[in-house]
Design a binder for this molecule. Structure first.
Ligand SMILES: [Zn+2]
Length: 306
């Protein structure tokens, strides 16, 4: 006979100090999404997971936010985590938290799910589960300050487990201290800075990837055959319901790594915008797409009114 693996069970324990620091962060951002990483310990035995969140990593000074988008400052968090690991070697990175109360979406987005399935099934993922804590609304009563939901993803499992409140416990404990990150000691005359190679990995690419997969899944990353230059291509749905096929390309000759954008759409209403964008450069593909989309929509909107 076939042996079916038993349905997994979960319990989650949260240190109150960690939860309070999540809510403190939420209080700072009431229009844009924010978030951070969840740290702690866990036990996994025979399909039972006991997860204890003991601290959080702040999003970091270079985190990027919008009402529908949040990207953590991974470099900063890596430094914080390494510093914590020294005094707490048992601590693991258990998952992430982020907010939706600012956009009103009451559960994980399609992009969130895609990202978390990819993360938990990644070869370099150190745990066989991923814990996603989502802040879904602000409580008028203020106690607790926010309503949250808890989701667990497992490696090799297509299910998403939402953990009911009865299986989530708060314990009175302060958050793990996150010490100041080691200061980067690179001096301005550091020769490493002067010999930065143009072939160094471009950090914007990974951020673009994450952003497009969540908010513009129609845009695909491609590689120009002749030059090996990466570009993004796909349809934008505009305010009048029309589709504009756009291409945004990295300028590999430019050490500052600028991006340009263009469309094959020939609507005369947007002719002026297209002319302007021939000259414009952006620091990432997502910046290019967001500005372009907004300007095209404004032109179309004005065009229909004029
Ligand atoms: Zn989300």
């Amino acid at each position: 006979m076939l042996f079916r693996s038993k349905k997994p069970t979960f319990s989650i324990t949260l240190a109150r100090g960690a939860v309070e620091s999540i809510f403190d962060e939420c209080d700072k951002y009431d229009a844009d999404e924010t978030g951070g990483r969840l740290l702690g310990t866990y036990r996994h035995q025979g399909g039972r997971y006991d997860i204890e969140v003991k601290g959080v990593l702040e999003p970091g000074p270079n985190a990027q936010r919008s009402p529908t988008y949040f990207l953590q400052d991974g470099d900063h968090q890596e430094k914080l985590f390494r510093a914590i690991e020294v005094s707490h070697p048992e601590i693991e990175h258990l998952g992430n938290w982020h907010t939706h109360h600012v956009n009103g979406y009451p559960t994980l987005s399609g992009g969130d799910k895609e990202t978390y399935f990819r993360t938990v099934n990644h070869a370099k993922q150190n745990t066989d589960f991923w814990y996603a804590l989502l802040v879904v609304s602000k409580n008028r009563s203020g106690n607790p300050r926010y309503a949250v939901k808890h989701f667990i993803f497992r490696r090799g499992d297509d299910a998403i487990y939402e953990i009911p409140a009865k299986d989530v416990r708060l314990v009175e404990a302060p958050p793990l201290l996150s010490p100041e990150p080691a200061v980067d000691r690179a001096e301005p005359h550091d020769p490493r800075l002067q010999h930065r190679q143009p072939s160094a990995p471009n950090p914007e690419r990974a951020k673009d990837q994450e952003f497009f997969s969540e908010f513009f899944p129609g845009l695909k990353a491609l590689l120009a055959k002749a030059s090996g230059v990466p570009y993004w291509k796909g349809p934008l749905t505009l305010v009048d319901g029309s589709l504009a096929e756009v291409v945004t390309m990295e300028d590999s000759a430019d050490l500052a790594r600028s991006y340009s954008i263009a469309t094959s759409c020939k609507n005369p209403v947007i002719a002026d915008i297209l002319a302007q964008y021939k000259e414009r450069k952006f620091r990432s593909a997502r910046h290019a797409v967001l500005h372009f989309e907004r300007d095209l929509n404004q032109a179309l909107y004005r065009g229909t009114k004029g």
